[in-house]
Design a protein around this ligand. Sequence first.
Ligand SMILES: Cc1cc2nc3c(=O)[nH]c(=O)nc-3n(C[C@H](O)[C@H](O)[C@H](O)COP(=O)(O)O)c2cc1C
Length: 205
Amino acid sequence: MPLIRESIVITSNREGRVHIAPIGLIAEDGDWIIAPFRPSTTLDNLVSVPFATANHTDDVRVFAGCLTGQHTWPTIASEKLPVPRLENALSHAELAVVSVKDDPQRPRLRCRVVRFVSHMPFQGFNRAQAAVLEAAILVSRLHLLPREKIERDLAYLHTAVEKTAGPREIEAWTWLANKVAAHFASPTPSQVAGGSTMRGERRPE
Ligand SMILES: Cc1cc2nc3c(=O)[nH]c(=O)nc-3n(C[C@H](O)[C@H](O)[C@H](O)COP(=O)(O)O)c2cc1C
């Protein structure tokens, strides 16, 4: 399995409308692969404006926020690209798309790093941050996974939040927990018909 670096990917369309999404960048021979599930605004933007910034942050509210409808995080211009970077990123890479491997479900866009800048020091691991990232992944798969797995995994992850979180992690966890609660409070037609689907075709949300 390749290394995957969970990043905040920022793209923009031709009109300059900025889009922010958590994406796992896949390491491949010195490049990074962005692999968005269709349909995807990130994909549409990269096809028309083939540049992105990959932002590395320990503020897990950005990951949780994007998964819970809060997409407006402060950005500032990057140096070499027509797309901005996250203002509070610890570091960011400026990426240029060098090739596209098309796929009906999940195209792979190979990106080359044209610039990498460090802005702030990484201050060490925090278990609650990792737990929020895992919970954000679960939230992105709410329609794919059985309710029992989601609840079991969240209960396990919550221990790390209870024991080690700061205010940012608690806020991020609360957003995600509220989204999960709202999801199960209003079951989808497939749940009503007898349980969540495990089919692989649906994209995470
Ligand atoms: C840590 C993390 C990693 C993710 N990685 C991917 C990914 O590699 N590809 C993808 O399509 N969605 C990924 N997602 C889900 C997207 O963030 C989410 O579906 C988003 O809306 C992407 O669609 P968009 O480009 O239309 O915004 C990830 C979510 C999280 C929390």
